[in-house]
Design a protein. Structure first.
Length: 667
């Protein structure tokens, strides 16, 4: 049969799926994983959020407007002006200072829902109510109401009040005097009642203060499910109106914008603020492009402002947010850039994004784009690597993953558009893992089948070599089978002992069993007149018969040279050349002594002598089992490893059973 016939006769190994199955499995994962992600978006959303955070930390921060300033009621302010809350007249003084310095807008990140208890009129009323004491004043004009003082300061300044919307509570009518958005024509967002952020209640400022303010906005922000604040609503619905956030209202005040447009595109919104179009998500929120960690924007202590220690130039045309960072009063948010980010800086960052038109955006079509990208990447990868090796598969996976990640990051950095690579990466990773697992199992199955075939070939080679000896010595056939069994018995008993357990593994015992038949292969080189001679050998004949060990060694060595030193014949080489060595060094052919004799040779020496004594030869009579053991015991000191011979004595009855079962038919 020629080489072509051999290759043509080869078949794919049965019992394990082929490349078609591997391809179908990869395509099933490619389609199934994105569908599963769409059905259970929470987990994917979590990983998308974490990846978004990593991107945000690595993109170019963007240009700042340098028009944002924060006035902070800090610890120093409380030391100089007393505990919080301050009397409203002091807040009025602070607003007047900002107004006189030319601030473009003053966003108050502070709520004034109750009357000022430090007003003399309130003190008078409380004393009469609580202690039945009457405090008389000559003229109320000398002691004006603190809330009125603050209201007047608000009316004189570009102040923007803040308030808090409440949700999931029964609606209660309010008389807060809020400032709804003045939307231009063409708005197609539908009724406010259908807007996702639809408040049911409100915590607002005193009506007196609201009436004197031209603008106001809500404080509300909404962290994601993992507690990270990535976006904030710019618009919320309340009743039958839309209302702006504090940041949006402050920017509108600073830019003197009275009307805005709000339009809906499929499942997202566009807010037109002057000449700037602001992309909003389906809930009316804006992804916040943080400029860095806390203290991104300049801070001024309220104490310094009240004391006149701040130059007016530092405040002119600025959007100023007033808040407090004193202990126990400061509000923190966990953001992608800082786990302790001041709440007032969230409003400041949004205002800065609006002023610079520097936006981040996740389109409503992003999930669909990610789904299609995952399908295309997965299908392309499966088709390209179903039949490829591990290296090409890994290189394509690495290149694909790196390319997807790079494209997504560049799009985010350059355009501010977040299309998450997470779903395509998950599909690629799943396909890479599954395909390589299936291919590994396939190759493992092929390897096992090849190993079985090789083992059969090895056994056939050994049997063929052993058969050479049988053609020269008819008595050798039974001898081969018996010595095989003796070696296995002896090795199996020894492996239970600590000294031999590490060496005599299952594979080693099998190799000893397979190699034992070759111990006398060298006899093919001994002349028949000596090999088949009845009676005792002369010295010259015995010298010739001893050559069978070196002949066998050389034959095996020649084959080994072609197969490699670590071939399956390495044990056969040891057995062939050393099974006639003796423990005291008086054996042949090398005169090895003690443990210099390979373990395989020491085992074979006992098996060979026992069989030689208990089986018939043309030159000797058969000994009984008992006589054979006695003779071996007499020569044990000089011939055998004492530990191995001791084990032989313990299992000698097993040897006897094998000898009877495999006895030569003629005996």
């Amino acid at each position: 049969m020629g080489a072509e016939d051999i290759h043509a006769g080869r078949k794919e190994p049965t019992g394990w799926p082929g490349y078609k199955f591997i391809t179908c499995a990869g395509l099933a994962v490619t389609i199934g994983l994105p569908l599963l992600a769409l059905l259970a978006p929470t987990v994917l959303g979590y990983f998308n959020g974490k990846l978004y955070d990593e991107f945000l930390l690595r993109i170019t921060p963007g240009r700042a407007s340098h028009r944002i300033l924060i006035v902070d009621v800090d610890e120093n302010s409380l030391r100089e002006h007393g505990q919080w809350p301050w009397p409203r007249y002091k807040m009025a003084t602070l607003l007047d200072r900002l107004n006189q310095a030319g601030a473009a807008a003053i966003g108050l990140d502070i709520l004034f829902p109750e009357k000022d208890r430090t007003s003399l009129a309130i003190i008078q009323e409380n004393l009469r109510h609580d202690l039945n004491l009457t405090l008389e004043f000559q003229s109320s004009d000398l002691f004006p109401d603190n809330d009125r003082l603050l209201a007047d300061a608000i009316s004189r300044s570009p102040a923007v009040l803040g308030y808090q919307f409440l949700f999931d509570l029964p609606p209660v009518p309010s008389d807060c005097g809020l400032h709804p958005l003045n939307l231009t024509g063409g708005t197609n967002v539908g009724a406010p009642a259908h807007f996702q952020w639809n408040a049911s209640r409100i915590t607002c400022n005193l009506r007196l203060l609201t009436e004197n303010a031209g603008h106001s906005g809500f404080f509300n922000v909404s962290p994601d499910a993992d507690g990270i604040l990535r976006s904030a609503p710019l618009i919320m619905a309340y009743g039958d109106q839309f209302y702006p956030s504090l940041a949006l209202a402050s920017v509108m005040k600073a830019l003197k914008i009275e009307r805005i447009a709000l339009t809906r595109r499929i499942n997202e919104y566009d807010l037109v603020l002057g000449r700037t179009t602001v992309p909003l998500d389906p809930r009316g929120g804006l992804l916040i492009k943080y400029r860095g960690r806390a203290k991104t924007f300049p801070y001024i202590s309220a104490a310094d402002l009240l004391a006149g220690r701040v130059p007016e130039a530092a405040l002119k045309d600025k959007i100023v947010f007033v808040s407090t960072s004193a202990a126990g009063l400061k509000e923190f948010r966990s953001t992608p850039t800082d786990p302790l980010f001041p709440g007032v800086e969230v409003h400041a960052t949004i205002a800065d994004n609006l002023l610079t038109a520097d936006f981040l955006h996740r389109p409503a079509s992003a999930p669909g784009i990610e789904f299609m990208a995952a399908l295309l990447c997965g299908m392309g990868y499966v088709c390209a690597t179903a039949k490829s090796g591990a290296l090409r598969s890994f290189l394509l996976f690495s290149a694909g993953a790196a390319g997807i990640g790079w494209i997504s990051f560049r799009l985010f950095d350059a355009r501010g558009v977040f299309i998450s690579p997470m779903m395509p990466l998950l599909v690629l990773t799943a396909d890479f893992s599954l395909l390589n697992l299936l291919k590994f199992r396939r190759e493992e199955h092929k390897s096992r089948q090849q190993t079985r075939d090789l083992a059969l070939a090895q056994a056939a080679i050994i049997e063929s070599l052993a058969a050479l000896t049988e053609t020269r010595d008819p008595e050798t056939g039974g001898h081969i089978k018996r010595t095989q069994a003796y070696v296995r018995l002896l090795a199996g008993a020894l492996r239970k002992q600590r000294d031999f357990s590490a060496v005599l593994t299952d594979d080693m015992v099998d190799l000893l069993y397979q190699s034992a038949p070759l111990h006398d292969i060298g006899k093919v080189g001994v002349p028949d007149r000596i090999l088949l001679k009845p009676g005792r050998f002369s010295e010259e004949e015995f010298a010739e018969i001893k050559r069978h060990t070196t002949i066998g060694r050389d034959v095996i060595a020649a084959i080994q040279h072609r197969l490699g030193e670590r071939s399956f014949l390495s044990i056969a080489h040891e057995i062939t050349s050393t099974h006639h060595e003796k423990w005291d060094g008086s054996g042949y052919p090398q005169g090895l002594q003690g443990e210099k004799i390979p373990l395989s040779g020491r085992l074979m020496a006992i098996a060979d002598m026992y069989d030689a004594l208990t089986s018939g030869r043309v030159y000797k009579e058969v000994l009984s089992h008992e006589e054979a053991v006695r003779v071996m015991s007499e020569h044990a000191r000089e011939s055998f490893d004492p530990r191995i011979f001791k084990t032989f004595l313990e299992i000698q009855e097993d040897f006897h059973q094998v000898a009877r079962r495999l006895a030569d038919p003629s005996k």
